[in-house]
Design a binder for this molecule. Structure first.
Ligand code: ZN
Length: 306
């Protein structure tokens, strides 16, 4: 019989190959930062595909038919959750994906998104008032919980390697503890009254919560709509009034608006921060830890500078 024949063949010749290739679960990560966490937790134990790549904006990502095909064959998809991947549910339905959904933010202590200052309601933002801020990865202590959630989820998908995932995640958590201390030291070098900057969108509330740097931005917690001229005018007046001296562009955003805000407010350009995506391998933020070190060093240097 064909089926027995196939199984016999797999049994005889396929074992070595299957443990190297088919034996590794195919795991999809929704965006680059989560892809890095999965790589840290699983090493080469999984075959990893990441949808939204380096320097790409996950808020406005448009999945392709190829993404649906990739997802259809995956054993698990790792997502941030909290509404960050607004495109995911439709993609899951379109692909017929039957695997496990691992929500990295599960159990993480969240923050509410700030209301946009002085904004009228009902102006068409899909996000903002009263919703949860999804950018939990900007706090390395919360990332400890994300990494543990990923290890637990992968352990359910692939029980044979569960202990390996747990051990690797513990090793990575130790690096995150070190990272948090490094960032805290960077920020501690800045006089308190200078710890305030502007960036493109409200991506840094969790960083602010952990490290005490005040961030303002023309865009809210998503990049999917443009701020009005009145919003921008209000922000510029706030920058002047509160003597915010530094504005940053973000790697995922068009720098034009931030350059305009710098020009009209008299603030200095502080360089580039990585908010929602890693850089490519030759950039300054090819891993999460490199990204956070880069951001903290840029913030420190720009806020200290006379
Ligand atoms: Zn964002």
């Amino acid at each position: 019989m064909r089926r027995r024949g196939f199984l016999a063949l797999a049994g005889a010749a396929g074992l070595a190959a299957s443990s190297a290739a088919q034996g590794r679960p195919h795991v999809v990560a929704s965006f680059s930062i989560l892809g890095d966490f999965v790589r840290e937790v699983a090493g080469d134990g999984v075959q990893l595909t990441t949808f939204v790549g380096p320097d790409q904006d996950a808020h406005v990502y448009e999945p392709t038919p190829a993404d649906a095909r990739v997802l259809a064959s995956a054993a698990a998809v790792v997502v941030n959750g909290l509404g960050f991947e607004g495109w995911l549910d439709r993609l899951v339905r379109a692909s017929g994906f039957k695997g496990a959904r691992i929500v990295a933010s599960e159990g993480v202590k969240t923050l509410r998104a700030p209301g946009r200052r002085g904004h009228a309601h009902g102006h068409g933002h899909g996000h903002g008032h009263g919703s949860i801020d999804p950018h939990v990865w900007q706090d390395p202590r919360r990332v400890q919980d994300m990494v543990r959630a990923i290890a637990r989820g992968l352990g359910k998908v692939d029980p044979e390697r569960a202990e390996n995932y747990r051990q690797r995640s513990a090793g990575y958590v130790a690096q995150l503890v070190e990272l948090e201390a490094t960032i805290a030291a960077d920020i501690a070098a800045v006089p308190k009254e200078r710890r305030k900057v502007v960036s493109s969108h409200d991506a840094f509330a969790y960083f602010q919560d952990r490290f005490g740097v005040a961030f303002r931005a023309p865009h809210g917690i998503s990049t999917d709509s443009e701020p009005s001229a009145a919003d921008i005018g209000r922000l510029i007046r706030e920058i002047r009034r509160e003597k915010v001296r530094i504005v940053f562009i973000e790697s995922i955003s068009n720098p034009r608006l931030i350059e305009q805000i710098a020009k009209e407010s008299g603030a200095q350009m502080g360089g580039r921060l990585y908010s929602d995506a890693l850089s490519g391998p030759s950039g300054p933020a090819p891993t999460y830890i490199a990204m956070m070190r880069h951001n903290a060093a840029r913030l420190r240097d720009a806020m200290i500078a006379e």
